[in-house]
Design a protein around this ligand. Structure first.
Ligand code: ADP
Ligand code: MG
Length: 290
């Protein structure tokens, strides 16, 4: 097919000038090559427009994602395609892929990843965060220690409400490493204020190596732990991973027997927490929804 576009030097110059004005650097860069292919009859005029626009769109999309990942503190890139599901047979791949469709973000639900160290909790939490960013949702990632540290600093500076508002801004808040470090005195209370502010308004992903029954100990206060779980288990998806550590997969024989693949977690249904009066927790089983 021959090109019927009037690609005279002046038309090309005008297009170049317009692409600069429209801030379309990738299309500008690709222009000469696309026009050459057009003149040689390799592509149609429609193909040429299509290539220029999609090149530009891809560049913009990539830079939007890069900025959003940086702003959301998602600096370690982990993907679902990089996750070896065969290493973790206790994990239902379909369940994770359903989460990746992000219905839980739209429904303002809480996803809990529970399991021993190295079983991929942070990997999956980050990978879902990245899926949400790619879909145009705002995401913020932090550890529980970072979050409580920031809230505690803000409280000292008289800016707690402002800081809570900041943590409520993202559509998805990922809070990693609940239970690894002892929570500072008053930290559970601050965390509760945030959880309460986000409750039914924004989605969360939480990862923990401790069962819900141990949250009283984690937060140093069983009353706060019960109030936290009351919110965090209502509209919740609980994913328990019971495998062995991916980090230690080549050194499993060097690990003490009791640490190899043991989960010390108590399944959510068996959590022996004192329940407050009122609404019982409703743990959604995703598998029954799809
Ligand atoms: P956890 O948060 O449960 O302690 P991580 O998600 O940090 O564990 O996993 C530890 C390391 O092993 C990370 O580098 C992670 O990417 C990798 N990893 C864990 N599980 C898998 C898996 N099933 N497939 C691929 N990489 C994995
Ligand atoms: Mg982790």
């Amino acid at each position: 097919m021959t090109a019927s576009l009037d690609a005279t030097p002046s038309a090309i110059d005008r297009i170049r000038h317009d692409l600069v004005g429209l801030k379309m650097p990738r299309a500008l860069e690709a222009l000469d090559h696309v026009v050459r292919r057009l003149e040689q009859g390799e592509i149609s005029a429609l193909d040429a427009i299509d290539i220029l626009l999609s090149e530009e769109l891809t560049l913009r999309e990539n830079s939007r994602i890069k900025t959003a990942l940086r702003m959301g503190r998602l600096t370690t890139i982990k993907t679902l395609s990089g996750f070896d599901f065969s290493f973790q047979p206790s994990l239902d791949r379909e369940r994770i892929l359903t989460l990746a469709q992000l219905g839980f973000v739209a429904r303002h639900e809480v996803v809990h990843f529970l399991g021993p160290p190295g079983t991929g909790k942070s990997h999956l939490a980050v990978a879902l965060g990245i899926e949400a960013v790619k879909a145009g949702r705002s995401v913020y990632f932090c550890t529980l220690a970072d979050l409580i540290g920031a809230l505690s600093r803000a409280e000292r500076e008289g800016k707690l409400h402002e800081r809570i508002r900041f943590f409520c801004r993202s559509a998805l808040l990922v809070i990693d490493e609940i239970g690894y470090l002892p929570v500072i005195p008053g930290g559970g209370n601050l965390f509760f204020q945030l959880v309460n502010a986000r409750y039914e308004k924004g989605a969360m992903i939480l990862t923990s190596n401790r069962g819900f029954a141990e949250w009283g100990e984690v937060f140093g206060d069983p009353v706060v732990a019960t109030a936290l779980l009351d919110r965090l288990l209502h509209h919740a998806v609980v994913i328990q991973i019971e495998g062995s550590s991916y980090r230690l997969r080549q050194h499993a024989e060097l690990m003490p027997e009791h640490l190899r693949s043991k989960s010390t977690l108590v399944p959510p249904g068996q959590a022996s927490l004192p329940r407050p009066r009122g609404r019982p927790p409703k743990i959604r089983n995703l598998q029954t929804e799809i």
